[in-house]
Write a protein that binds this ligand. Structure first.
Ligand SMILES: Cc1ncc(COP(=O)(O)O)c(C=O)c1O
Length: 379
């Protein structure tokens, strides 16, 4: 037996997601831990993919992605964010996850540092470790989960190669405004670092705009912008994502992606291309808002301290008012005790003291599921 995971990756073998899912199944609990919708995307999108399979889109697509999809991504960025993007500078990836991994691996070597905000999306620290680089974390604290300017500055240094920004932010639901993004961008410029922005929840904001980092003056030429169809169109299992940015940065990401997956998702790419052109984007947030309001109100009525999210389909709540001191232990007990599953925010943190009593609930579920979950929590 020689196959042992290298030490730097061992911290990422935590099985808490799998464990909670397993407990949810065992106890017939409603799973608000998993960050995906319980209804599929638009019928026309599903039919287009079926049609693509039926008409032979089943072999490798072009490595950079189907031209129609790259053009659709560029058109989407122009229409939604007034960003001018050349379709040649768009790379289609296997979800945002591959784009993030390929970007970090392409840019970072051992000794380099990547600035990451915590709590973080769980793939970030893992891919930084895979690249052999070091993460420097900046805490996002309740109640507003915005970075402290001094801590942000302190995270940057001579070894900073990249900063990974996620807005709207999973798990906290915070949205970074122009001032915060400007501060991050100025530090990236000062330290000649690349900005990697994960904007998969770009169409899920409530009362605040989503500001893509690349729209800020002086940042487009050092920013890799990443998004994906999974969240926007409720097809998380399709894993169709994309990255765009300056030609030389995208070429570096493409060089890594070539040897990760080369290409994929052939029948999904034309379907997503069409959907990107036709979608009613404001309807996405409008559809989620009543679910957010339902959960925020319902969790408050249960006695939790709730941090109303400005974006994403997650809401974070504090169990401290109920006397709970360890949300992770509580989350493990919840499927059996309450019949509802949720994820402790501490699994997304390096610092065990940052969010010990916080839980994340996903509200991208059918109303009847949310209502029943709230009923169980109240009981
Ligand atoms: C912040 C963030 N980035 C990326 C992803 C993954 O995106 P994809 O499924 O397109 O790989 C997720 C999924 O939960 C996410 O929350």
């Amino acid at each position: 037996m020689v196959a042992v995971l290298v030490p730097r990756l061992r911290p990422f073998t935590s099985t808490i997601f799998a464990e909670i899912t397993q407990l949810a199944v065992e106890h017939g609990a409603l799973n608000l831990g998993q960050g995906f919708p319980d209804t599929d995307g638009p019928a026309s999108l599903l039919a287009d993919a079926q049609q693509a399979i039926a008409t032979g889109a089943n072999q490798y697509p072009p490595a950079p992605g189907l031209p129609a999809l790259r053009e659709a991504v560029a058109a989407h960025q122009r229409r939604c964010h007034s960003l001018s993007v050349d379709p040649d500078d768009v790379l289609v990836t296997m979800g945002a996850t591959e784009a993030i991994a390929a970007a970090v691996i392409a840019l970072c070597e051992p000794g380099d540092e990547v600035v990451v905000f915590e709590p973080y999306y769980d793939s970030y620290p893992a891919v930084v470790a895979m690249a052999g680089a070091t993460r420097r974390t900046v805490a996002l604290r309740a109640p507003d989960f915005q970075p402290d300017p001094a801590e942000l500055r302190a995270a940057f240094g001579p070894r900073t190669k990249a900063v990974l920004v996620n807005t709207p932010h999973n798990p906290t639901g915070t949205v970074f405004g122009s001032d915060t993004l400007r501060a991050i961008g100025d530090l990236a410029i000062e330290h000649d670092a690349v900005v990697i922005t994960d904007e998969v929840y770009e169409h899920m904001t409530f009362d605040v705009p989503h500001v893509p980092m690349a729209t800020l003056p002086g940042l487009a030429d050092r920013t890799l912008t990443i998004s994906s169809a999974g969240k926007t169109f409720s097809v998380t299992g399709w894993k169709i994502g994309w990255v765009h940015g300056p030609a030389e940065l995208v070429a570096a990401v493409r060089a890594v992606k070539q040897f990760l997956t080369f290409a994929g998702g052939a029948p999904f790419q034309p379907a997503v291309a069409k959907a990107l052109g036709e979608a009613d984007y404001p309807a996405i947030s409008a559809g989620l808002r009543p679910k957010r309001d339902l959960m925020v109100t319902g969790l408050r009525e249960v006695g939790l301290r709730v941090f109303e999210p400005r974006g994403t389909y997650f809401v974070v709540a504090d169990l401290a008012p109920l006397g709970v001191t360890d949300a992770a232990a509580y989350a493990r007990a919840m499927p059996a005790k309450v019949g509802v599953a949720a994820v402790p925010v501490s699994v997304f943190c390096d610092d065990p003291d940052l969010a010990p009593t916080l839980l994340r609930f996903a509200f991208c579920k059918r109303d009847e599921v949310l209502l029943e979950a709230l009923r169980r929590l109240a009981a």
